[in-house]
Structures are given as structure tokens and as C-alpha cells.
Design a protein around this ligand. Structure first.
Ligand code: NAD
Length: 303
């Protein structure tokens, strides 16, 4: 039984299940109209963690009725071979989303591979065109983890406008897109990182703290304003009392008494990432249909 008051817990598992149900319903409607969305997942090499991630993504896709096309390639696959596959997937009308599982082997230039994916099929939102589009506030495919965090925040806080959000960590896959999404939601955003001075004082100003660092229990109670909402993206494996377990970047037990709401680790942000990958696959299909028939749908973003 959970010893903590459940009202304060932001339940990522339950929210992800709701997102997946929404996706399943949309897929059903699409399939009734003769369209089955497809997601291609590319894995190069035999990294154990990547294999688990890919298996989960494929399983969840199938559960909601999205066709998953798995491409498992040997670790010595050349960059040219990978580019040829991506080119083929870009042209394949049955593939609406392309995900290349990271990290790639060292001999492959990750940036070059991600740039080769069509921006309209880039369900991870890592292509420069999508990164730039997000910075400009356009309707583009955005990275799954920060998109999932935004859904958790909207559900927990309601209106985000005017809230002061502090994002800890500035990676391309979490911190930076998170800050851009919060800005788009009219938050006042502060980004802090390993070189920032007096992190606790900066975080204490925040109505919302998003932690994406990768340092177990870095953020203690003294970093948090009473009543803050905390989204803990960190996933860290630690040894404690002879057991290995997962913890976030926030000292959960210390933070809980003074926050308004907080995501647990595990069971917080984690489940949202796959849910938003599948949501992005439908968004990608929609963007592709708009691009194929620009006369049908007006440009959504201010041109
Ligand atoms: P990263 O290593 O790419 O970036 C970490 C960031 O933290 C850097 O910008 C760095 O400047 C900052 N940082 C490092 N030490 C710091 C310190 N002492 N104080 C303040 N900032 C500091 O990591 P990432 O890919 O952004 O991932 C961050 C964490 O989130 C990891 O634990 C990762 O496993 C987890 N993660 C979870 C999910 C999910 O689905 N839940 C998805 C992606 C990442």
C-alpha cells in the first residue's frame, strides 16, 4: 500500500492509459476509413536496454492498432546502409512514423541519420526542422518525453499561463524542448544546468520544477517552494539496503510533504513517453495528409 497521500501523486500510468485509449479510438476511426497508421522502429545493434525499449514500443503500438514495422540491424551496419533504409521508409506510404532507437553505434553519425528522416515522419521530433518549428511556436512533431510532461502538467495544474517554471537540465531530448513547450504555454521559463549558480535558490522561485538531469535525488526539499508542482524525468538506478531500485532526480520522500503534486519514479513520466510516441504517429499521419492535400486544410500556423 502507498504510504503517501495519493492526491499529491501525479499518476503517469493512469494518464498514459487514458492517452493510449484516445489513440486507440482514433486508430479505430481511421481503420474504418481504410487507413491503418504504421510506425517503423529501427534498432541497430544489440544494446540490452534499447532492445527492451524497442520491444515495449512495438507491443504498445500493436495494442492500439498501429501497424509496427521492426527493422533490427546488426551492430556493423554502415551509415550508408542505414541511410538507404531511411530513404526507403521515407518513401513508403504505409509508414507514417520513423523512430531510430538511440544510441547508435559509434561509427554512425547520429545527427546525419536523424536529419535523413522526413520531418513529417519524425515522431521523435529530433529533426532540425521540427526543433526550429518548435522554437518558432509552429505546429510540428515535438519530442515525446517533454510532450508527455506537458500533458501531466496540464492535468495537474490546469491553467499554465503566467506560472514560473524552472527546467533543470538542458539536453536536446528533454530540457530544451521542455522549456520551449512551457514557453509556448505562456509560462515564464528559467533553464538551469550544471554550470548555473545557486541552483536551490533558482528552483525555490518556481511554481513548476521539471527535473531532467540524471543525478539520483539531487533535488531536495530545500530546493522547492511550498506548493510547487514537480515533474521528475530522471531515471536512476541506485543500490540501497542491498537492493537495486529506480529513483528520480528529486528526493521524493523529502519533497512530498511540501509540494502540491509530484510524479513518482517509476510510474510518473516514464509511461507517458511511449504514449506520446503513438500519439505523434497519428499526428504525423495527419501532417502527411495535410501536405498531400494542402487545398483541404488551411495552414494551422500563422504564415
Ligand atoms: P543528459 O545527460 O543528456 O542531460 C543532463 C542535463 O543535466 C545536462 O544538460 C546537464 O547540464 C544537466 N546537469 C548535469 N548535472 C547537473 C547538476 N548537478 N545540476 C544541474 N544540472 C545538471 O540527460 P537527458 O537525456 O536529458 O536525461 C535526463 C534524465 O532523464 C536521465 O535520468 C534519463 O534517464 C531520464 N530520461 C527519462 C525519460 C523518460 O521517459 N522518463 C526520457 C529521457 C530521459
Amino acid at each position: 500500500m502507498n504510504a503517501f497521500p495519493s492526491l499529491k501523486l501525479i499518476d503517469g500510468k493512469a494518464t498514459a492509459a487514458r492517452v493510449l485509449a484516445e489513440v486507440r479510438e482514433q486508430v479505430q476511426t481511421l481503420r474504418q476509413g481504410g487507413v491503418q497508421p504504421g510506425l517503423a522502429v529501427v534498432l541497430v545493434g544489440a544494446d540490452a536496454a534499447s532492445q527492451v525499449y524497442v520491444r515495449n514500443k512495438v507491443l504498445r503500438a500493436e495494442e492500439v492498432g498501429i501497424r509496427s514495422l521492426e527493422h533490427r540491424l546488426p551492430a556493423d551496419t554502415t551509415q550508408a546502409q542505414l541511410l538507404t533504409l531511411i530513404d526507403r521508409l521515407n518513401r513508403d506510404s504505409e509508414v507514417n512514423g520513423i523512430l531510430v532507437q538511440l544510441p547508435l553505434p559509434q561509427h554512425v553519425d547520429e545527427h546525419c541519420i536523424l536529419q535523413a528522416i522526413s520531418p513529417l515522419k519524425d515522431v521523435d521530433g529530433f529533426h532540425s526542422e521540427n526543433v526550429g518549428g518548435l522554437a518558432q511556436g509552429r505546429d510540428v512533431l515535438t519530442p515525446c518525453t517533454p510532450s508527455g510532461c506537458m500533458r501531466l502538467l496540464r492535468d495537474a495544474c490546469g491553467e499554465l499561463r503566467g506560472k514560473h517554471a524552472v527546467v533543470v537540465g538542458r539536453s536536446n531530448i528533454v530540457g530544451k524542448p521542455m522549456a520551449a513547450l512551457l514557453l509556448q504555454a505562456d509560462c515564464t521559463v528559467t533553464m538551469v544546468h550544471s554550470q548555473s549558480r545557486d541552483l536551490p535558490a533558482l528552483c525555490r522561485q518556481a511554481d513548476i520544477v521539471v527535473a531532467a538531469v540524471g543525478k539520483p535525488k539531487l533535488i531536495g526539499a530545500e530546493w522547492l517552494k511550498p506548493g510547487a508542482v514537480v515533474i521528475d524525468v530522471g531515471i536512476n538506478r541506485i543500490e540501497e539496503g542491498g537492493h537495486s531500485r529506480l529513483v528520480g532526480d528529486v528526493d521524493f520522500a523529502a519533497a512530498l510533504p511540501q509540494v502540491a503534486a509530484i510524479t513518482p519514479v517509476p510510474g510518473g513520466v516514464g509511461p507517458m513517453t511511449i504514449a506520446y510516441l503513438l500519439k505523434n504517429t497519428l499526428l504525423a499521419l495527419d501532417l502527411q495528409q495535410q501536405a498531400a492535400h494542402p487545398e483541404r486544410t488551411p495552414c494551422l500556423s500563422p504564415c
